[in-house]
Design a protein around this ligand. Sequence first.
Ligand SMILES: Cc1cc2nc3c(=O)[nH]c(=O)nc-3n(C[C@H](O)[C@H](O)[C@H](O)COP(=O)(O)O)c2cc1C
Length: 251
Amino acid sequence: MTEFEALQKRVSVRSYESRAVEPEKLSELAALIDEINSASGLAFRLINTGDASVPAVKLSGAMFSGTVSSCALLIGGADEISSEMVGYFGEKLMLRAVSLGLGACWVAGTFDRKSVNVELHDDQRLWGVMPLGYATAKVPLKQRTIRAAIRGKDRKLEDFIESDHPVSSLPKWVMAGVEAVKAGPSAVNQQPVNIVYKDGLVTARIWKEKANSLKYNDLGIAKYQFQVAAEAAGVRGFWNFGDGGEFIADN
Ligand SMILES: Cc1cc2nc3c(=O)[nH]c(=O)nc-3n(C[C@H](O)[C@H](O)[C@H](O)COP(=O)(O)O)c2cc1C
């Protein structure tokens, strides 16, 4: 599965089979985490209990069902840029998990922090956890209802773009990126990030002033989603970090 196919397939999985993830898949995720940490200065970690019946993290029963014996800990600095990097690289990790046939979810709030045994430096923060496991073949009614309720408040595609051109005239690769931002995850589905296309420049900005404290996670996630979709549409590039950071397309 390509990364873009994983992006199209991804949803927040909240119901898991009590089935262990194979060691080869865990090794691939561990290698990616090593790569991410050395490229970014983040301190992501993979936890695996080695026993399908022993959870790696206690997820809230109000939102989740089943047991996950593997999960990633999304650890990084407490500042805005680190928070954004957690989002950007966390989404890269999530799409790799999906491409390996796994289900995952960003979980910043609805888990028991005490169930995660981790020592943090003073300048570090556990931004969230990412359970990694197998989605149940049938999604239980409760989890279907949760997703439908949250996703039911999606903004319209045109609302994700700010431009001095009519939306219908924007380059295809930009629109592919905007669609991927809309389809991507955000904390409580606040969708606080817009893509700005002005004077031929593409930037990403947090439009929602009152967004919650995870808005920089959301900014990084949106940028990664955009980048993967733009590349699938033929335009490779990279982002400058920061609110208002620019997407620099390769020539
Ligand atoms: C930073 C972040 C934190 C999140 N925290 C939680 C959480 O604590 N519990 C939960 O059930 N979902 C959590 N989510 C998942 C969002 O609710 C979900 O991405 C959003 O509703 C869109 O649905 P989808 O991911 O299925 O497309 C979080 C997502 C993000 C990006």
